[in-house]
Ligand binder design. Structure first.
Ligand SMILES: Cc1cc2nc3c(=O)[nH]c(=O)nc-3n(C[C@H](O)[C@H](O)[C@H](O)COP(=O)(O)O)c2cc1C
Ligand code: SF4
Length: 450
């Protein structure tokens, strides 16, 4: 049974409300930090914990905070990225909906550490019911003296504001988010300058994911070393995984990153196996942007070890034979699923969400969508596969923001691992219109990769 640091109390009745949360030990990290620690000591614990950003890239949080510029007389901000629009990812929603005070508590302690007196939670517009939950929690925290001026008599002031997002995936990219927060169209900014130097309204800003900030609570409560002792390698602490697709038990799970992918998929504690007795075909392990992996490469590393649910293990083998933990959106495909169809759906999504600032992304995403549709309709040619490959290569690394890469990687991985499936659509134009590509070329999940 994985250790739970964030979701342990998720099922306590009324935990959404301050009194119950407090009774269960809530806000101790704020008490501890404000009464007995300096901001630098809080930073030291976060660095020691080895916490890595939970929004997708896995950048070390303590290091990010230490980059925050501190010019005299200029305000600093903490912006919490609750945009969560990555297909397959819904773990922040769970945290905010059921444990809003964990986020509020984490924000206060983090702001204290950064010397920020204001924080903004930028929340996905489609999560229409959650801002009310957060705002209620904020008011409760204020009434109890944890927000506002001179918190707990420490002289530290802190305010939290909730901002509803505009409904665009690109607004999850941190600089697009800042633009949107400033009331402008959510177009990513060219970096540098990075937000830590010039962020919200030109002021030094840290942008962190909801889960990252929530993790600050157990780090301060138990100490950075205790947090780092959970997990393995540079994958310390626990990670929330939102699991969906063809599994028996879709949901949000907190894992301690030492378990294997196989255990995560097949154990009753987590996904409970593939639904309807089907076989595992493939999985997108870290949200729609990361490379898809066929069953054998998902369960085993290229050297034949069992793959673990860690940043390192999931990426072992590079993009040729690995993927990424990403945001933890774990999408499982069974033997009846068509990878070509899935890739087309994703290509359509990225074309729609491209902000259009850079031509490789603006034009390339549209071309990929069109070619994939042509193949799906049984009108493709073998050259189209090569053309697709060429287009995705020309997008990757050539754009202002990583949405271009996010659009390119799924296409590249699908061709790399399932080229035969693309060819089947092309070589069987009539049959492909009457049935989905099944699993004729399925790789046995337990087969160890040579
Ligand atoms: C297109 C795009 C969408 C993104 N969406 C999100 C998101 O919804 N939530 C999130 O935390 N990070 C998202 N990110 C990553 C953010 O830019 C940023 O790296 C992250 O919020 C940093 O927080 P962390 O260090 O705590 O992970 C997205 C990035 C890109 C390129
Ligand atoms: S990569 Fe795409 S989404 Fe990002 S700035 Fe360029 S056009 Fe916009």
């Amino acid at each position: 049974m994985s250790k739970k640091l964030l979701l342990e109390k998720a099922h306590v009745e009324g935990i959404r409300f301050f009194d119950v949360y407090r009774r269960e030990g809530g806000y101790q990290s704020v008490d501890k930090a404000l009464k007995s620690m300096t901001p630098d000591e809080v930073l030291e614990e976060v660095k020691k914990s080895g916490l890595r950003g939970r929004g997708g890239a896995g950048f070390p949080t303590g290091m990010k905070w230490s980059f925050l510029a501190k010019p005299e007389g200029v305000p600093r901000y903490l912006v919490v990225n609750a945009d969560e629009s990555e297909p397959g990812t819904f773990k922040d929603r769970y945290l905010m909906e059921f444990l809003p005070h964990v986020l509020i508590e984490g924000i206060i302690t983090s702001c204290y550490c950064m010397g920020a007196n204001a924080s903004y939670i930028y929340i996905r517009g489609e999560y229409a019911w959650i801002p009310d939950i957060l705002e209620h929690a904020i008011e409760e925290a204020r009434a109890a003296g944890y927000l506002g001026k001179n918190i707990l008599g420490s002289g530290f002031n802190c305010e939290i504001y909730v901002q509803r997002g505009g409904g665009a995936y690109i607004c999850g990219e941190e600089t697009a988010l800042l633009e949107s927060l400033e009331g402008k169209r959510g177009n990513p900014r060219i970096k540098p300058p990075f937000p830590a130097v010039k962020g919200l309204w030109g002021c030094p800003t840290v942008v962190n994911n909801v889960e990252t900030i929530a993790a600050v609570v157990p780090i301060i409560n138990n100490g950075g070393d205790a947090y780092a002792s959970i997990g393995i390698g540079r994958s310390t602490g626990t990670k929330l995984i939102s699991a969906c697709g063809n599994i028996n038990k879709p949901g949000v799970y907190e894992i301690d990153m030492t378990i294997s992918v196989e255990e995560f998929i097949y154990s009753d504690e987590y996904c409970g196996g593939i639904a309807n007795g089907k076989r595992l075909k493939a999985c997108i392990p870290g949200g729609s942007s990361v490379p898809i992996l066929p069953a054998n490469l998902l369960l085993n590393t290229p050297t034949g070890e069992k793959r673990l649910m860690t940043y390192e293990s999931l990426s072992e083998g590079g993009f040729a034979k690995g993927s990424m933990l990403g945001s933890g959106g774990f999408i499982v495909l069974d033997e009846d699923q068509s990878v070509v169809q899935h890739t087309y759906t994703l290509a359509r999504f990225y074309r729609h969400e491209s902000c259009g600032q850079c031509s490789p992304c603006r034009e390339g995403t549209g071309w990929m969508e069109k070619i994939l549709l042509k193949i799906l309709k049984g009108k493709g040619t073998i050259q189209d596969i090569d053309l697709l490959w060429d287009i995705q290569r020309k997008i990757e690394g050539n754009t202002i923001c990583p949405l271009g890469d996010a659009a390119a990687w799924p296409v590249a991985a699908a061709i790399r691992h399932f080229r035969d499936e693309f060819e089947w659509y092309i070589l069987n134009p009539e049959e492909s219109q009457t049935r989905n590509y099944g699993l004729a070329h399925y790789a046995d999940p337990l087969e160890v990769v040579a």
